[in-house]
Ligand binder design. Structure first.
Ligand SMILES: [Zn+2]
Length: 187
């Protein structure tokens, strides 16, 4: 799928007949409006149907955020589109503000959270574990979740690892995490 980069035009007043979805990288028409924040209920983002739904689904996570912060969160998705850190390296150096080391989860023994701090921490809920596997944290859009899922599947597909058993287990965990996140956040 080509990832067209579009400059989002966030206009709030006079509406041109055609506007692009405000979600970065989305080339669909922005036909649906959504308030830019709780404090600016009269100012709108314009999204395509997919993105307005995702935005609505994430609405609670935007509570208390300023308009600028919400916009930054949405824009953050652009960084998400970049090639990711090298898969397979357990402890990646890439730790952006929204990047958990999802792969700490995949300990050599296949056990969850095998890091030195894991023993002290309370056990993760299925949802938290899933977020770790995906290396994301709310708010995220369904589109972002799907894109991440595709990345992970590609990286860990057993076919790409010579039918490796470990890769198979990882793929299973990824599939489970995907189902968990999808049903937790988007249903
Ligand atoms: Zn869109």
């Amino acid at each position: 799928m080509p990832r067209a980069r579009i400059e989002a035009s966030v206009e709030t007043a006079a509406q041109p007949p055609l506007r692009a979805c405000d979600h970065p990288g989305c080339a669909a028409a922005g036909d649906f409006r959504a308030p830019r924040s709780r404090a600016s209920l009269g100012a709108y983002f314009w999204f395509c149907l997919d993105h307005v739904r995702a935005y609505n689904a994430a609405w609670n996570y935007y509570a208390g955020m300023s308009e600028a912060e919400i916009e930054a969160e949405i824009r953050h998705d652009t960084t998400w589109q970049r090639p990711s850190w090298p898969f397979g390296s357990r402890y990646s150096a890439m730790r952006g503000p929204h990047f958990h080391d999802g792969f700490g989860f995949f300990g050599e023994g296949g056990e969850a959270a095998a890091g030195p701090d894991a023993a002290k921490a309370r056990p993760l809920s299925a949802q938290e574990a899933a977020l770790q596997i995906f290396g994301i944290e709310p708010p995220f859009t369904l589109v972002r979740l799907k894109a991440r899922y595709k990345e992970l599947v590609k990286a860990h597909h057993p076919d790409a690892h010579g039918g490796d058993k470990a890769a198979e287990e990882k793929l299973k965990a990824i599939n489970q995490a995907y189902a968990t996140l999808k049903s937790s956040y988007f249903s």
